[in-house]
Design a protein around this ligand. Structure first.
Ligand code: DGY
Length: 318
């Protein structure tokens, strides 16, 4: 039986590549770095299925160049990189990878929060550069985390997983969710308005998808409402935060610092952020564990196979 044609834009973890090549003919070899537009166009031209990542913009002009494409499996839970309307207009099914990256992304949120509050990268760099001369009473003083108020914007799967971890730090949780949500089993979680969570959080973490409504959700007005001792943590999508406004707020001492895993113009980073000691920057590592990245690939495969076999895709978003 001849194999269906799949274009997978990036080299996914080895067990995933093995499973994909057993089942499909790859239209061209996957890239180890973000492919340019022409490469993607060449890859999808004859493909019946596409597995892409959040770094590839799959837009209407690109989809207009395909005639066989039946499914796009996005190797991410967020799918703001795909023009859903254009896909739907061409009867192309779009899928994502929900659930499986929830816990690894929540873990990374806490890693970033703690690293930012306790200045972990600065301490590491001091030791690594041989610049540590011994214990010093005022060296790299940071902020307490235990018992402080955790603010969460976006109380979906990842927001809830982050909130569950707050119990270990005895942190009350204030959350703001687009759709009203109640958590009767969690008495220390309280739903509040956006301005209240901004004004009361010591650590504010963002867990919303990127949509027209959430672009620059955190801008000058919102940053002005935050405490000067507060920290902003973003592991969602970069454009949710107005980066220039964030730099200004930290430079002017209106915000204590930020932990960022995502950026407005990835992989470019606002130079002001790189110049600030109280900003910890990671290269979009939310889901980056061996097990999670393999599982994400297998979920993409399951979705593609389902569509090829005429079954409903398990993780269809459009
Ligand atoms: C996602 O799945 O949306 C993440 O950002 C990828 O790590």
């Amino acid at each position: 039986m001849s194999k269906s044609h799949l274009y997978v834009t990036r080299h996914l973890p080895d067990p995933v590549m093995t499973a994909l090549t057993e089942r499909f003919h790859l239209t061209q070899p996957p890239e180890t770095a973000p492919p340019n537009r022409d490469t993607v166009l060449a890859g999808i031209r004859d493909a019946e299925a596409l597995i892409c990542t959040l770094a590839e913009q799959i837009d209407a002009p690109m989809l207009s160049k395909t005639s066989h494409l039946r499914v796009i499996a996005n190797y991410a839970v967020g799918y703001n990189n795909i023009d859903l309307d254009a896909a739907q207009a061409r009867n192309i099914i779009v899928t994502n990878t929900p659930d499986i990256l929830t816990e690894s992304t929540a873990d990374l949120t806490w890693a970033l929060l703690l690293a930012t509050a306790r200045r972990v990268p600065e301490g590491h760099s001091l030791v690594q550069h041989g610049a540590w001369t011994g214990w010093e009473p005022r060296q790299l003083l940071g902020a307490d985390v235990f018992g402080r108020t955790l603010g969460i914007i976006g109380m979906g799967r990842i927001g809830q997983a982050v909130a569950r971890r707050a119990a270990g730090f005895k942190m009350p949780v204030l959350y703001h969710s687009h759709t009203p949500k109640d958590f009767p089993n969690h008495s220390s979680w309280k739903s509040v308005g956006l301005d209240d969570v901004l004004a009361q959080a010591d650590f504010l973490t963002l867990h919303v998808p990127l949509t027209a409504d959430t672009r620059h959700l955190i801008g000058p007005r919102e940053l002005q409402l935050m405490r000067p001792t507060a920290y902003l943590i973003n592991v969602a999508r970069g454009p949710v935060v107005d980066e220039a406004a964030l730099v200004e707020a930290i430079q002017e001492g209106r915000l204590a610092g930020a932990g960022l895993d995502v950026y407005e113009h990835e992989p470019a980073i606002h130079p002001g952020l790189l110049a600030l000691n109280h900003v910890v920057t990671l290269p979009h590592l939310g889901s980056a564990t061996h097990a999670t990245r393999i599982r994400m690939g297998m979920v993409c495969l399951e979705n593609v196979v389902a569509v090829m076999e005429g079954r409903p895709a398990p993780n269809r978003v459009a």
